[in-house]
Design a protein around this ligand. Structure first.
Ligand SMILES: NC(=O)c1ccc[n+]([C@@H]2O[C@H](COP(=O)([O-])OP(=O)(O)OC[C@H]3O[C@@H](n4cnc5c(N)ncnc54)[C@H](O)[C@@H]3O)[C@@H](O)[C@H]2O)c1
Length: 255
């Protein structure tokens, strides 16, 4: 991998959690980091800490502001902002639409804005913070699982379409990570994610190891690969084991 010194990096949702850890890691590698977050105060605090540039606003349409802050060039774009979106098929339309907008369309719009210059230059790097829910699923969170599958599918499509033209894509798929989002996952997160949860810095470590090898699939929890294999090799057995977790979760929620 080329050096990140003086490269221009955007991290969305970087005011907290995994995004803040990514911003810190890119800054430590010498990059100029545009720190985006919906929460302007959080974006400003992390930007100040890492000597970066605060770009407050919604990740759904942040590329123009990020380009302006970085002087017209983005070398690495981390589509990290995401929304938890719990619920079943009965979740409100707004929950489904909000999850689709932030977890998928924000990535599509960023790629649409950045690809022309990356293809002209013959280089660019797109990092998608997906989730193991995008490879597997998450009990109790249909809109989250479905849209994270969408994010993974889009990252995969970008990679296969542009890899011969100098564009690198990474899909980062952690299981539980100790952030506010894990807390927001409630009792399902407590049951499924918390026991093996890692720190945001571990996710940054895994991404940097994957970038060094130019690897698409980044699994900060290596065991996710085993579950992914099981899902592909024996879908019904895998679904039955996931259903056992569902039943266990339901039992914890009985009055
Ligand atoms: N925490 C986990 O267990 C976990 C596991 C797998 C994947 N992820 C994914 O990692 C990413 C980061 O999550 P996190 O755990 O660090 O969450 P977090 O709640 O700690 O931080 C998310 C940050 O994103 C910001 N944000 C939310 N919507 C935004 C938007 N539309 N535009 C700009 N900023 C926005 C929030 O203000 C917050 O500062 C998400 O895509 C999430 O789905 C998290």
């Amino acid at each position: 991998m080329e050096s990140l010194r003086d490269k221009s990096v955007v991290v969305t949702g970087a005011g907290d959690g995994i995004g803040a850890a990514l911003a810190r890691r890119f800054a430590a590698a010498g990059a100029r980091v545009a720190v985006n977050d919906l929460d302007a105060a959080k974006a400003a605090a992390v930007a100040e800490e890492v000597g970066g540039l605060a770009v407050p606003g919604d990740a759904r349409d942040v590329v123009p502001d990020a380009l302006a802050a970085l002087g017209g060039t983005v070398d690495v774009y981390c589509a990290n902002a995401g929304v938890p979106a719990p619920g079943t098929e009965a979740a409100d339309e707004e929950v489904w639409t909000g999850a689709w907008e932030v977890n998928v369309m924000a990535h599509v719009r960023a790629a649409r804005a950045l690809l022309p210059s990356w293809l002209e230059r013959g280089e660019g790097r797109f990092v998608s913070t997906v989730s193991a829910a995008g490879l597997l699923t998450m009990v109790g969170a249909a809109p989250y699982s479905v849209t994270k599958h969408g994010a993974y599918a889009f990252a995969e499509w970008l990679s296969l379409t542009y890899r011969h033209r100098g564009v690198s894509v990474h899909a980062v798929c952690p299981q539980g990570v100790r952030t506010d989002m894990l807390t927001a996952a409630g009792s399902a997160g407590e049951l499924v994610l918390a026991p093996t949860a890692i720190e945001p810095e571990d996710v940054a470590d895994a991404l940097f190891a994957g970038m060094a090898e130019d690897r698409f699939l980044i699994l900060p929890h290596p065991e996710a690969a085993v579950f992914y294999e099981r899902r592909a090799a024996a879908p019904d057995e895998w679904l039955t084991s996931m259903n056992h977790i569902q039943q266990k979760w339901e039992a914890t929620r009985l009055p």
